[in-house]
Design a protein around this ligand. Structure first.
Ligand code: PLP
Length: 426
């Protein structure tokens, strides 16, 4: 399928006159349409709730849109908890799915009335010592180990993942938690990332539902919810077919009726913690071609770099690129599209066939709405870009300004050199 940007060249020209490139642009209409489709897909389950994975796109303006669709917040750090509180999280609105958790983060999560999802059996004592009690509602993260396969395809390798408790440990954890006064229990697992198949969630659901039935039977712990977490992927490549969220919801419903209902557990709520699926396709990185270089290869240098989007450098991830205004031109030029970092992996594309690029062309780098801006960093003293929201009515709204040198130097503010640096730039 041809990947089309959600913005036109004319719209971009107008946006760029107010907010220079590079910036991440988000599509309000797309975010809303998708959130609505997710809600409908799981409407068969009365307790269903999506807790948006804040780490994917920690922007309050975007998360506020998801709130209108009933979404809560999935947090894993102190600042994500702070952000969620500021956006208006009430008790029960936050799922705290962290690992290797510092004490002060458990304390803040408890103060905000977050549902705490324990990554390890040793965290029971750690949590109790930290907050002085065991919450009435508590969740445990499960890792059955081994490989996670669909038919013969290996989806991921939970046996090699640092997360979650073994089967033996999770039974033991529920017994201990129950003894210590917990009354309502949840089970959580994240066994494969960025799955582009409608089978992942139903397969995961079967693993979790079956273990939930055994846990409730053997420990007497009342399972209130099962959290399927993240992992529903998006088609980064043009030849991939997008997941069908209706089919996924329906697949989970079938397993629910097959496994949980006969066990008398038809009151279990299904939770999700999607990040990529909620935002990924509804964001793009807009950048301008500023240099061309003809050496051993053909290079196009753009004004964004891996500091704005790390996935290609970090994982070799594919992000589709559209040269704006040349959507229908033949892709008869092979380029490496690079950023400016002194780091040879700072390339958005390698040996990519694209239309002939001229200096000043806008390049739209697709699918940066999740794990895009948020993975940004400041290597080489590069600054993080702005974030702009393309509203449903076509207006552009700044939802995060670009960093300035003052932001970069802010952590020297208590030193003499910092005062000098901060005075240098206005
Ligand atoms: C990252 C993460 C998610 C979201 O993952 P996606 O792949 O973006 O859907 C959900 N839950 C937890 C605990 C995570 O760490």
């Amino acid at each position: 399928m041809k990947k089309k940007p959600f913005v036109t060249k004319e719209q971009l020209e107008e946006i760029v006159s107010a907010y220079p490139t590079p910036f991440h642009l988000y599509d309000e209409a797309g975010i809303r349409r998708n959130a609505e489709a997710l809600r409908e897909a799981f409407s068969w389950n009365p307790g269903y709730r999506e807790y948006f994975a804040v780490k994917a796109t920690p922007n309050p303006f975007l998360i506020q849109i998801l709130r209108e669709y009933g979404c809560g917040y999935d947090c894993s750090s102190y600042t994500e908890l702070m952000l969620s509180e500021a956006i208006g999280a009430e008790p029960g609105d936050i799922m705290f799915s962290s690992n290797d958790t510092p004490a002060e983060e458990f304390a803040l999560a408890d103060r905000l009335g977050a549902i705490i999802n324990l990554d390890d059996i040793t965290h029971i004592d750690f949590l109790e010592k930290t907050i002085g009690h065991i919450p009435e509602t508590i969740s445990c993260r499960y890792n059955p180990g081994g490989l996670f396969k669909i038919s013969n395809d290996i989806m991921d390798n939970p046996g090699d993942a640092k997360y979650g408790m073994t089967t033996e440990q999770i039974f033991e954890a529920f017994r201990i938690l129950k003894e210590k006064g917990a009354r309502k229990f949840g089970i959580h697992a994240f066994l494969a990332s960025n799955t582009v198949t409608n089978e992942y969630y139903p397969m995961l659901a079967r693993v979790l539902f079956e273990v939930a039935v055994r846990i409730q039977r053997e420990t007497g712990a009342h399972i209130q919810f099962i959290n399927l977490s993240g992992g529903i992927g998006i088609p980064y490549k043009p030849d991939q077919e997008a997941n069908d969220i209706r089919a996924i919801g329906e697949g989970v419903r079938k397993v629910y009726e097959e496994v949980l209902v006969p066990a008398g557990m038809g009151d279990v709520a299904i939770y999700t913690e999607l990040g990529r699926f909620m935002m990924g396709p509804y964001g793009c990185l807009v950048t301008t071609a500023i240099h061309e270089k003809h050496t051993h290869k053909e290079y196009i240098g753009v004004d964004a770099c891996a500091a704005n989007l790390m996935r290609p450098a970090m994982y070799g991830a594919y992000h589709h690129i559209t040269v704006m205004g040349k959507e229908d031109a033949p892709c008869d030029h092979m380029y490496d599209v690079t950023g400016s970092l002194c780091e040879n992996n700072d390339k958005f594309a390698i040996d990519r066939m694209l239309p002939k690029i001229d200096m000043g062309d806008f390049l739209v780098i697709h699918d940066t709405g999740a794990h895009g801006y948020s993975m940004g960093y400041n290597y080489n003293g590069r600054l993080r870009s702005a974030e702009v929201l393309l509203r449903e009515d076509g207006r552009a709204q700044l939802i995060r300004r670009a960093e300035t040198p003052a932001d970069y130097f802010a952590t020297f503010d208590c030193f003499e050199i910092g005062k000098k640096l901060l005075k240098q730039n206005i």
